[in-house]
Design a binder for this molecule. Structure first.
Ligand code: F6P
Length: 407
């Protein structure tokens, strides 16, 4: 039997480590012959665009390098499968590809949208009385997948975001003039990543002075009030804001601050709230103000990745293949946290239906009454996820990345 693995959705620092986990488990399992990588997620299966991973990852050294290389070595996609009752053509193509390459297990590494593919595909294969198993491995910097304690990729992104905000704090406090610095952080409709900047308080920082999350109502009036209050206490005010806050274009008086472009799952590209708030502060408060959008840097910042995150990403990849070989299908692997200190997690499987197209938002119990900060309890949840450093391979003082050669 052969197996196939694919990566889907937005890049992270840890998605290649999960690929390595699947690959490592695959090469030590007797009943597996070839391990195929599908180019650009499920699109590679549909278009029969597979590569033989044993020809790509040839040595232990290459495996280690891939493990610490950010983004998706196999490329990615945002592809929504139709309902197979309505449109089965694409499913027949997938089945043809699986049959042609004797695929017995398909491992899909991705987020909530990718779990939609795991569900639909495993259901379709059952209608064909096929024995092919489909397993999901979680990943996303947004940390918004239900059931799992956290998602691979989040810990590294959180470590980068907190580190960057700390550097912004140092930078913004050098002058004697008053200033406001707004840092826009990814996360779509879940504020986990923006909230994780609270970890800086474990190291004695007071900032960020204000944290705004999509889980709360946002009012420009309250934001300006909060800001004036913080400005009366601090010369350089730092604001962490999640890209997904509900900023009403009418209330802020700035139309079209976001492109409005949507992906196939109907998710809007959200970037732009930081800039919009900057313009509001300039107009209403009139002090020095700057907005910083961390943007894609927070997804691929492997130079400061979390060892815990990378190790766990590999482990959950291996566990996924093992579960499929034991007969599981239509499942996503997940972490269950046993304790914060010492930090202990176990890996289990969950029905992918419980995750597909659903979002786990940041809990209200960790948001303060004024809805502009998060509580100290959240620190205990976040801190274990960013622990440890990976010894990054450097060349000429720069990180070395694994690059797939054209075969
Ligand atoms: O993968 C999640 C995410 O990084 C979100 O935080 C962000 O809103 C979105 O992806 C951006 O999508 P894209 O990579 O398609 O620009």
């Amino acid at each position: 039997m052969n197996i196939a693995v694919a990566q889907s959705g937005g890049p992270t620092c840890a998605i290649n480590a999960s690929l390595v986990g699947v690959f490592k488990q695959g090469i030590k399992t007797d009943k597996i012959d070839a391990i195929f990588g599908s180019i650009n997620g499920i699109e590679g299966i549909i278009n029969d665009n597979l590569i033989d991973l044993k020809r790509v990852i040839r040595t232990n050294e290459e495996m280690e390098l891939l493990r610490q290389t950010p983004s998706t070595m196999l490329g990615s996609c945002r592809y929504k499968l139709p309902d197979y009752e309505k449109d089965s053509e694409v499913y027949e193509k997938i089945f043809e590809c699986f049959t042609k390459h004797r695929i017995g297990v398909f491992v899909y590494i991705g987020g909530n949208d990718s779990m939609d593919t795991v569900v639909k595909l495993s259901d379709f294969l059952k209608t064909k009385n096929s024995d092919i198993k489909v397993i999901g491995i979680p990943k996303t910097i947004d940390n918004d997948l239900p059931v799992t304690d956290h998602t691979p990729g989040f810990g590294s992104a959180a470590k980068y975001v907190a580190t960057s905000v700390q550097e912004i704090i140092r930078d913004s406090s050098v002058y004697s003039v008053d200033s406001v610095t707004i840092v826009e952080i990814m996360g779509r409709h879940a504020g986990w990543l923006a909230a994780s900047t609270c970890m800086l308080r474990a190291n004695g920082e007071i900032a960020p002075h204000l944290i705004y999350l999509p889980e709360c109502d946002f009012s420009v009036e309250r934001f300006l009030e909060d800001l004036r209050k913080e400005k009366s206490k601090h010369r350089a005010v730092i604001v962490a804001v999640s890209e997904g806050i509900k900023l009403d274009a009418e209330e802020c008086g700035i139309e079209n601050f976001q492109s409005g472009v949507e992906d196939v799952f109907g998710h809007k590209y959200l970037s732009g709230v930081g800039k919009c708030l900057e313009r509001i502060v300039a107009k209403e408060i009139g002090c020095k103000v700057r907005s910083i959008e961390l943007n894609v840097m927070q997804r691929c910042s492997s130079h400061i990745c979390s060892k815990t995150d990378i190790d766990e990403a590999e482990e959950i990849g291996s566990a996924g293949l093992r579960a499929a070989l034991e007969g599981e299908t239509g499942k996503m692997m997940c972490f269950k946290r046993i304790s914060d200190a010492p930090y202990v997690v176990t890996i289990e499987s969950v029905d992918a239906k419980e995750v597909a197209n659903k979002e786990k938002v940041f809990p209200q119990k960790w948001i303060n009454a004024a809805q502009n900060d998060v509580s100290a309890e959240a620190e205990n949840y976040f801190l274990p996820l960013i622990q440890g450093e990976v010894k990054i391979r450097l060349k000429n003082g720069l990180p070395v990345h694994f690059k797939r050669e054209a075969l």
